[in-house]
Design a binder for this molecule. Structure first.
Ligand code: BGC
Length: 413
């Protein structure tokens, strides 16, 4: 097996070699907005002569993609590049499955420009094992402007105002909250309830430190009670609905709000809508000042073919370029994974996202998203998913759910 050589010559991306092999990319970007963003990357690479073999596995949060990945690796046939989140990257690196990107990272000065919160996942044991594409954040509400105006609703800033706004929409015959009943979507909403009820310290104690007292506390019961309130505002057909179809309900004026990460913005933009005009974005009431984030990163798997290795480097290099970070994130709804990118090309939500990310990072209120693999390892995350979704579907009351959470997390560790 040839050792990775990432000198200046390799950086020139010897396109003839790369094109002989290309990259096979496993990812879960299958919605309209996601596919549009993915195309930016595909075209960038194809422009460099690196061919693209697509391996899409639908399902936000990536659980299904990770199941397929495990099967591929077990069969001795890993894809060359894999979209991956947070702790999953660390798990694969610990298994020794990931390629070392240090030489490229050093040459391009990644350490100085990638936010520390991202390096914590993109590096394992000090070595770069993944190239971060973006920073998403999950504690957003997406709102239909025309409906807000029709119902006389101004942007809610407290939980009570948020509930009152949804009540007004429901009373007027609209779906108040567009939601898809899938475990990862329930969990995405839930983490904002945890933050909204208990604030940063409680989020840290329960979602990150996994403190049993916090997990079983009255505040956790209240977070589950808020989920019950939200459950009262979704439509009858919510079960199993894909997140982008829920976004479409807000886009077309069928529903007032969606609580979702800013990949939802990609759907609005892909539908020709503009932030601050047809749609609004604001933080989930009660979570203002905090940011729960996740970062899509491309982890490169160990492959022995030198041409495949060259193609991996071409991809990592393309992903980290400032031009790509702007072009891609404008379409994806996320913000750049570099701190040296000006925000002027971004729309109102993107500019807000970038400013809030920087402020939260400086002020100690930036937290990894539990639902998207950045708060705790996949085993714990999946255990939390099970409890949250069982409760949302009426299997447990709020008190039982909090108690189940304690047990499930304990077993998963
Ligand atoms: C990913 C996003 C993706 C979303 C929905 C998240 O886990 O980070 O890139 O758009 O899932 O598929």
């Amino acid at each position: 097996m040839r050792k990775l050589q990432m000198g200046a010559a390799a950086l020139a991306l010897s396109t003839s070699v790369a094109s002989a092999q290309g990259v096979e990319v496993l990812h879960w970007w299958t919605s309209g907005g996601e596919a549009a963003a993915l195309n930016v990357l595909k075209q960038d690479l194809e422009g460099q002569g690196v061919s693209w073999t697509d391996m899409p596995v639908a399902g936000g949060g990536g659980s299904d993609a990770m199941t397929v990945l495990r099967a591929r690796v077990t069969a001795g046939d890993p894809p060359t590049a894999v979209q991956m989140l947070g702790f999953a990257i660390q798990d694969w690196a610990a298994e020794g499955a990931l390629a070392n990107l240090d030489t490229l990272a050093d040459e391009q000065g990644w350490e100085a420009v990638v936010p520390e919160a991202l390096q914590r996942f993109a590096r394992y044991d000090g070595h770069w094992v993944a190239a971060p594409v973006n920073v998403h954040s999950t504690n957003w509400v997406w709102a239909n402007t025309a409906l807000m105006e029709e119902l006389g609703i101004s942007q809610p800033t407290t939980w009570d105002e948020f509930v009152a706004a949804m009540q007004a929409a429901q009373d007027a015959g609209y779906t108040a909250l567009a939601h898809g009943g899938q475990a990862w979507q329930d969990a995405t909403v839930f983490e904002s309830m945890v933050m909204g009820v208990g604030g940063p310290e409680f989020y840290q104690a329960s979602m990150v430190d996994l403190d049993p007292e916090a997990l079983g506390s009255d505040q956790m019961v209240e977070a589950f009670q808020r989920m019950e309130t939200l459950r009262g505002f979704v439509d009858d057909n919510f079960s199993g609905r894909d997140w982008n179809l829920a976004s479409a309900m807000v886009i077309n004026g069928e529903a007032l709000f969606q609580i979702m990460g800013d990949w939802a913005k990609g759907e609005f933009v892909n539908a020709g809508q503009t932030a601050g005009q047809e749609f609004q974005c604001f933080r989930v009431p009660g979570t203002e000042g905090t940011v729960t984030f996740n970062s899509d990163e491309f982890a490169m798997f160990n492959v022995s073919d030198p041409a495949a290795q060259e193609a991996q480097l071409a991809m990592a290099s393309a992903v980290m370029s400032p031009e790509f970070q702007i072009a891609f994130n404008l379409v994806k709804g996320s913000v750049p994974a570099r701190t040296d990118i000006p925000s002027d090309q971004f729309d109102a939500c993107g500019q807000m996202g970038m400013a809030q990310l920087a402020a939260a990072s400086a002020g100690g209120t930036l937290f990894g998203s539990m639902a998207h693999g950045h708060a705790n390892p996949p085993s714990v995350q999946n255990a939390m998913y099970d409890v949250i979704t069982a409760h949302f579907n009426g299997e447990y009351d709020a008190e039982t759910a909090a108690a189940e959470l304690v047990t499930a997390v304990e077993i998963a560790q």
